[in-house]
Design a protein around this ligand. Sequence first.
Ligand code: BES
Ligand code: ZN
Length: 614
Amino acid sequence: MIKYILSLLVTLTLAAASPGIATAKDAHSYANVEAVTSTHLHLDVTVDFDRKVLHGTAEYDIRRLDAEVRSFILDSRDLDIAKVEVLVGDWQATTFKLAEADAILGSKLTVALPAKATKVRLHYATQPKSTGLQWLTPAQTAGKKYPYLFTQSQAIHTRSWVPIQDTTGLRLTYTARIRTPKALLAVMSAPNDPTVERDGDYAFTMPHKIPPYLLALGVGDLKFKAMSENTGIYAEQYILDAAAEEFADTYKMMEVTEKLYGPYRWGRYDILMMPPSYPMGGMENPMLSFITPTVIAGDKSLVDLIAHELAHSWSGNLVTNASWDELWLNEGTTSYVENRIMEEVYGPERALMEQALSNQGLLRSLKDMAPVETSLHVNLDGKDPDAAFSAVPYDKGKSFFFYLEHKYGRDVFDSFLQKYFTDHSFQSISTEQFIAYVKTNLIDKHPGVVSMEKIREWIYGTGMPADAPNPTSDIFKIVLQQQSDWLAGTMTLDAIPTAGWAVHQWLHFITNLPADLSVARMADLDKAYALTASRNNEIAHAWLLQSLRHDYAAITPRLRDYLPNIGRLKLIRPLYKQMATTPEGLKLALEIYRPARPGYHPMTQRVLDKILGE
Ligand code: BES
Ligand code: ZN
C-alpha cells in the first residue's frame, strides 16, 4: 500500500512537472519515460528491397527526470540490435539487454546509461516479418516496375521498425535520412518537399512533437500533384490524377475546420495514396495522411475518409489519447469533427445520412459485443490493441459529442471544443483528465444542463444511454418506404427513382434488406440495379455481404475479383467471416485466400488466418 502511494506520488509529481507526459503507466509499453525520455529522434536508415529490411541507426536526445536512472528502456519487436553507443563527451559503446519477446508487446530493450550520457545511438535492422512494414514486389504494384514500402505504426507497430519508447504519453521531434534505390521517392510524416531531387537520398525534419505511433514512411515510384498551394497528392502515376480530382475539396475541408476549431498547426497537408493492399482506410500520419485507393469512386462519395484523417490534425495528433484504453478520445472526437466538416462542405443532408448510417452500424455491432467491450473507456491490459478495435470508440464516441452539442447548442459546444484543442495542443490526455476538463469548462460553467453522472455513464457505462441521439434522415425514410412497397408488391423496382440516388441511399437500401429475402428476389435486385457489377467499393461490399447471407451464389466470380484486390480490412474481413460460417463458404474462402495471402499486409494475414483457421 505504502509503495503504491509512493509511486502514485512520484507519478503525480512528474506529471505536474512535465506537461504532456501521461500520469498512468501505459500498459502497452516497457519504456521508462517517467525516468528518462527521448526528446528527439534522428533516424538514418537504408531501405533494402532485396532483403526486405531497413538497417541503420536510431539516435536519441534524452532528458533525465530521475538523476539516478542508469538504464534507458525502449520497446522493440523482431529487431536485430547490432550495437548501442552513448554520447558521454564522445561516443562509446554501452551494453544492452534484449528480453525474451512478449507475444503482444515485443521485446523490452534495456540500455545501460552512464550518468553523464546525453544521447543514445542504436545500430539495428528490421526483419522481413516486421508487423509495421509492408514490402510490395513490383508485381504487386500497379506500375509493375518498382517495389513499394509503407509503414503502419498505430497502435504499437512503430517498435517493429524503429527501437523506440513506443508510448502515446511521449512526444518527440524527429529528423531522418532515408536511403532508397535511386529511382524511388521517400516521403514521411513530416514536411515533404514536392520539388525534391530524386536521387535516393532524402532528408526530413519534423519540427513538431509527435507521439511515436505517428512516425511514418512511404517509399515507391511516387509522383506529386498539387491540389492547392499547401495540399497535394503523392501517388503512383496510374492514380495520381484521379486522386487529385476525387480529393479536390481537401483545402476547402481544411478551411472550414480552421473556422470551427482554430488554426491548422502543421504547415502543409499532403496525401499519400497507398497500394490497394493497405489494411486501413486511412491513417492520420501528420502532414501526410495515408489513404486507401478503394475510396476513389469517381464522385467524391467516400471522401468522408479525408475529412476524418484531416480532422485528426486537431483531435489525435494535436491532442493525443494518453493510452490505447482511451482510443475513443482520438477516434470519437475525430468522427464528430469529420461529420461537422462534411456538413460544412457537402451540406446537412449528406452529413445526416452519414450519421444515420454509422449509428445503425454501431447499434448492429453492439448486439454482438460483450458488455465490457461497449464502454468508451476500455481496459486493454494484457490485450492486443489491434484485437480490441471496434465501432464503439468511433461511433459511440461521436454520439456522445453530438449529445453534448444538442444539449449545449453549437455556439457553446464549438467554442468548448476549440478551447479544448488549444489548451491541450501537443499534449496527451487521459479519460480522467478529459472528464475534469469537461466539468470545469462545460458542466460547471453552464449549470443544470448535463450532470457529471451522465458524463460518466457515457464514458464508463455499457451499451447506449437511453437518451442517446438517434439520427434519422428523411431521405432514408423514403428509401425504406420504397423498399417495403416493393416487398409488398405495390411498387416495381424500375419505378423506384434510383437514378438520382447518392451512394448513401444505396447503402441504406442494401443494408436494410430483410433477412429472409429469397434468392429470386436478390436476383431481381441485381438484374434491375446491376449491384454485383458496382464499382463503388462500399456498395459492392454491402451487396456482397448481403448476397452471402442470402445464399445468392451469382456473386462468386465478383468475390474472386474483389477479395484479392482489396486489403482494407473493414471491407474484406466481414466477407471472409461470413463465408467461414458454412463449410462450402469456407472452402471458397480458402480457395480465394490462399493464393491472395502473400499480397496482403502482415496485419491482414494475421486477422484472416485466424478467421479461416489457417
Ligand atoms: N487512426 C485510425 C486508424 C487506426 C486506428 C489504426 C486504430 C490502428 C489502430 C484512422 O484514423 C481511422 O480511423 N481510419 C478509419 C477511417 C474511417 C473511420 C473514416 C479506417 O481506416 O477505416
Ligand atoms: Zn481515425
